[in-house]
Design a protein around this ligand. Structure first.
Ligand code: PMP
Length: 390
């Protein structure tokens, strides 16, 4: 979809916001700028200085299956998963990618490269809006987007994308196509304790993660895949070799430093304290969801998903999921929620991009405080047009 720039001026302050209804509030993208505030507080802890002569080679670790993976990053990925308890890394191959978006494409290639006809790619609706466009953008002969996994009834091999927690609606998911011949790709971008209870260390065959949603460093463009099967891992590496001959070392070193700071912070203070990364991010999400639910109640024409609380092994307590997106439904006879909110200068992404009805929209919960505060204020003032006419 459209790449539009944020139109509320960047500010990381908590600043009280007065809203004259004029500023455009752009919450279409999942740009995780909320986390800037934490990293600013950390000062120079994650500053990286690289001299002109350093890291000039293509190679990082020639003996490793993933020869372009910086050992420092590999180490920090393993450590963070151990600290959080959200994924098993023992006996997995780690493959780094330019964001998990590149790894997603690499995974499609790796899983379909031996197929005699295009493999079906499916995901349960509402699915992440980038899957269909990425899958079909090159009209590959290897794979083809076949839409909603719940309606999928074609024969032959298929790839099912399981996003858990899900983008856009935040629910924990499992595969839905219940037959043989399927290969699962688990996109676990949001399986972190600021968003959802960590119930078990994930141990699926192919799992994707990204710093974009873990620490908020979307601009670093670093993701990683945990891959059980060596042949599949080699093919994923091959794709990245062919498309970009590896992944920026500068970014990998920066990512390693940021992940180290996250793990370190978990060790020095009680995890709930705001100086720990997950303490800060979890509290931010908790207060944002509270404010959003209040605004939605006040307005009376929208609804949000209701989640079942779950026990989180990381926090050692029960909590309700706090997704990175609000999946808002318009009532009151409004059929096109995106256009309706656009009329109030709130930009969101319509349900139709996610394979469902336009009465839903996806709204980013990860923008800066100023934008988020403006958004909830404006939303809470939107009243039923029918009631107003009476
Ligand atoms: N998967 C999901 C479910 C996502 O929401 C996103 C980011 N919106 C990505 C993958 C892509 O992340 P990256 O920035 O690592 O390419």
């Amino acid at each position: 979809t459209k790449l539009q720039l944020a139109t509320v001026s960047p500010s990381t302050g908590d600043g009280e916001t007065t809203d004259n209804g004029e500023a455009i509030i752009n919450l279409d993208h999942g740009d995780p700028t909320m986390y800037e505030k934490y990293w600013q507080r950390m000062g120079d802890k994650t500053t990286v200085v690289i001299s002109g002569w350093q890291f000039t080679s293509y190679f990082s670790d020639p003996k490793n299956l993933c020869w372009f993976l910086e050992p420092e990053l590999a180490e920090e990925v393993v450590r963070l998963h151990r600290v959080v308890g959200n994924a098993i890394t023992k006996d997995y191959h780690i493959v780094v990618g330019t964001g998990s978006s590149q790894l997603f494409q690499a995974a499609l290639y790796a899983l379909s490269s031996d197929a005699s006809e295009p493999m079906s790619v499916v995901s349960a609706a509402p699915y992440y809006s980038s899957y269909p466009v990425i899958t079909d953008c090159l009209k590959s002969g290897l794979y083809k987007w076949e839409g909603d996994a719940q309606a999928f009834d074609k024969s032959g091999p298929y790839i099912e994308l399981v996003t858990s927690p899900n983008n856009p609606d935040g629910f924990v998911r499992q595969s839905v196509v219940n037959r043989s011949g399927g290969i699962l790709v688990h996109d676990l971008a949001y399986y972190w304790p600021q968003y959802t209870p960590i119930t078990t260390p994930a141990d699926h065959d192919l799992m994707l993660f990204t710093v974009s949603k873990t620490t908020g460093h979307a601009g670093m463009r670093i993701g990683w895949a945990l891959v059980k099967d060596e042949i599949i891992a080699r093919k994923i590496v091959k794709y990245i070799e062919l498309s970009t001959i590896g992944v920026s070392k500068d970014s990998q070193l920066r990512a390693a430093k940021v992940l180290r700071a996250v793990s370190d912070s978990c060790g020095v203070a009680h995890p709930f304290k705001e100086e720990t990364f997950f303490g800060f991010s979890h509290h931010s999400m908790e207060s944002r969801w509270m404010l959003l639910r209040e605004a939605v109640n006040r307005s009376g024409i929208f609804s949000l998903p209701e989640f079942t609380p779950g026990f989180c092994n990381f926090w050692n307590r029960v909590f309700e999921p706090l997704p990175a997106f609000a999946w808002l439904k318009c009532g009151d006879g409004i059929e096109d929620c995106e256009s309706f909110l656009r009329g109030h200068k709130i930009w969101t992404r319509s349900g139709r991009y996610f394979g469902v009805s336009p009465s839903y929209v996806r709204i980013s919960m990860l923008d800066r405080d100023r934008t988020f505060n403006l958004f909830v204020k404006r939303l809470s003032r939107i009243r039923s047009q029918r009631r107003m006419r009476l």
